[in-house]
Design a protein around this ligand. Structure first.
Ligand code: SAM
Length: 322
């Protein structure tokens, strides 16, 4: 399937439109509101789900203004230069390139982190914010500890955790050198002191004395055969290495659990947090329990179990057991 839109699919550079003079003279101006309406309709026709929101993001990006300005200056004409930029953004979006790639950034978490993203990394998703929240809730503020983000991608989880709790020593690992380049650039831009290392899960990174206090992992969990059925934004533009979790989607999660169960890897009071697919939480919780950990599941805003937390099971002492 081609990712290129037809050439005529972007808003006309100086076409006739609602501002056309009654005499029929060529139209010279498009207002912000008119461009938004035109683009929303075009996106919707092509089945782009968030047609209005996407149009707003792209126009605000072309104008270099906050989205709010599109409302307060709805009738303002858009000059040729900005309209030229917007045409190019619309053309790319019609080819199903994600808005985050066109803008080159994505906001992550209520902490207000802005991450640079491109084809080398997964665009951070809102589900992952629940993982960050759970981890932060479990940690006592001000208490130091060692946290690792396995499969860090853009660095989203590692950078959010470090931003919220500077007292923590945070490491992010990935097998993708491309992803690490993006994560390091994000860390530098945000001034975050996070170690970013190449490692196959936990295999190539030294375990801190006493073990990891928290392990966060949003690993690839899409079953291989499902990838071809995903939206073009995902299957054409996001790295397969960030998506493909093997036949059932659970290969990497299973391998990580096998590493975590080794003595000394997880601190005795430590916990791990796994993001999983919409239908995987029960299976992953069972995998966690099968390795002797206690498991709990947290839902996303849609009520779907998306984060599985594991930690050492509490063994009742003889007195309690009676
Ligand atoms: C779903 S993406 C998550 C990215 C980021 N943590 C986030 O939440 O936006 C999964 C990441 O895991 C990485 N990955 C895949 N296999 C890995 C492995 N064996 N060891 C470490 N990282 C791996 C991919 O390169 C990708 O960056």
């Amino acid at each position: 399937m081609s990712s290129e839109p037809p050439a005529a699919a972007a808003p006309p550079a100086s076409a006739k439109g609602p501002n056309t003079a009654p005499s029929g003279g060529a139209r010279t101006e498009w207002s912000i509101g008119e461009l938004l309406r035109w683009t929303q309709a075009r996106f919707a026709e092509l089945g782009i789900a968030e047609a209005r929101l996407d149009a707003e993001h792209l126009l605000a990006h072309a104008l270099g203004c906050p989205r709010m300005t599109l409302y307060t200056e709805h009738d303002r004409p858009v000059d040729d230069e900005a309209r030229g930029r917007f045409r190019e953004f619309v053309r790319r979006r019609l080819g199903r390139e994600p808005v985050a790639h066109i803008e080159g950034k994505r906001g992550f978490h209520a902490l207000g982190l802005e991450l640079e993203v491109d084809r080398r990394v997964l665009v951070p998703r809102p589900e992952t914010e629940h993982l960050v929240d759970w981890l932060l809730e479990d940690r006592t503020k001000g208490e130091p500890g060692h946290v690792i983000d396995v499969g860090t991608g853009s660095g989203a989880i590692a950078l959010a955790v470090k931003h919220a709790r500077p007292e923590l020593t945070v490491t992010g690992v990935d097998v993708s050198d491309d992803a690490l380049t993006v994560a390091r650039a994000n860390a530098t831009r945000l001034g975050a002191d996070v170690a970013l290392e190449r490692s196959d899960l936990l295999a190539d990174v030294p375990t801190p004395p006493g073990g990891w206090d928290a392990v966060a992992a949003n690993l690839p969990y899409i079953p291989t055969a499902v990838i071809a059925t995903l939206e073009p934004e995902v299957r054409l533009f996001e790295p397969t290495l960030a998506l493909d979790g093997g036949a059932e989607g659970l290969d990497l999660i299973a391998r990580l659990l096998d590493q975590l169960v080794r003595p000394g890897v997880l601190a005795s009071t430590g916990a791990f947090y796994l993001e999983v697919g919409f239908d995987q939480s029960a299976r992953v919780a069972a995998m966690v329990r099968a390795r002797g950990f206690e498991a709990a599941v947290r839902n996303d805003y849609a009520g779907i179990g998306r984060i599985v937390r594991g930690r050492a099971a509490v063994v009742p002492d003889a007195g309690e057991a009676e």
